[in-house]
Design a protein. Structure first.
Length: 287
């Protein structure tokens, strides 16, 4: 087996989005910092309401999916199709914008900590114009698998394989076949996982520090940075202190990307069409 090594670190940069929500953006902080099929990763984490209270008022999307994972806090999602999603601590919302959605994501707390992630995942060209949909995944629907030597794994998407035993998560069967794991390791702990050699994979430690790769090729990644991994069919991660990190992998689409803010298409013409459709209301026509 070829164990993946650390190929590149993408440091997160402080920024704000929506109506002024403070966050750290790593993937997607520049147009050349994507990792097909993953377009963007934001982490929001604050116990100061001024950093999050204004939320994300109504805004459009077309051409990709968003996965919002709340570690702590309470947000309400509403969209033009009449969906209401109540996102609480430990919950996930998987939203497929497809041909178009206008939605809002608003904090439902006036104090306390809001901490979570929003990941953007591209759709293949042939699925970019499918009807919008979304799934609210309750914390109880997300398998929590303890590891024999300490630590635990939450399976948000794809299938965890631990000691050759598969544990499927709630999101399966997408073209990009994402694996989305949230892993907690105690000091000295280790996590190994088989992976398709051709899939793009990255890790994102959000507490503590981790080390990637085999033996003398092991390299550290500090919290709030993305570590892009080389090709290979095994991922091996160690924790020197207590650590928590996301592990993402997916099938690359290898298609051209033209992005204009919340629209992610394949050509300039399709972006211009998206802008026209948003202006005219066509983007949110129910089909
Ligand atoms: Co949005």
């Amino acid at each position: 087996m070829a164990t993946r090594v650390l190929q590149q670190i993408i440091e997160s940069v402080p920024t704000s989005d929506g109506a002024g929500v403070k966050l750290r953006r790593s993937l997607g902080s520049r147009r050349d910092l994507r990792w097909d099929p993953f377009l963007m990763l934001d982490e929001f984490s604050s116990d100061n309401p001024n950093d999050y209270i204004a939320g994300f008022p109504p805004h459009p999307h077309r051409g990709f999916e968003t996965a919002t994972y709340l570690l702590e806090g309470h947000m309400l999602h509403q969209d033009h199709l009449g969906h209401r999603g109540d996102l609480n601590t430990g919950g996930v919302q998987w939203m497929t914008a497809g041909r178009g959605i206008v939605h809002s994501e608003m904090p439902q707390q006036t104090q306390g900590r809001l901490h979570g992630f929003q990941l953007w995942i591209n759709l293949p060209a042939r699925e970019k114009m499918k009807p919008a949909s979304y799934r609210d995944i309750l914390p109880a629907e997300i398998p929590l698998v303890p590891m024999a030597k300490g630590g635990q794994v939450k399976v948000i998407a794809g299938t965890l394989i631990l000691d050759k035993k598969p544990t499927p998560g709630p999101i399966l069967g997408l073209t990009t076949d994402p694996l989305y794991l949230d892993i907690q390791l105690p000091a000295g702990g280790n996590f190994s996982h088989p992976i398709d050699n051709d899939y793009n994979a990255f890790i994102y430690p959000y507490a503590g520090e981790i080390a990637i790769g085999p033996g003398n090729e092991r390299r550290r990644v500090q919290a709030h940075n993305v570590g892009l991994l080389s090709p290979g069919d095994l991922i091996d991660v160690g924790a020197e202190g207590d650590a928590r990190f996301l592990l993402l992998a997916g099938r690359p689409l290898k298609e051209p990307i033209v992005q204009h803010g919340p629209f992610v298409m394949n050509t300039r013409e399709e972006i211009e069409q998206a802008l026209r459709d948003f202006e005219s209301g066509e983007l949110t026509q129910v089909v």
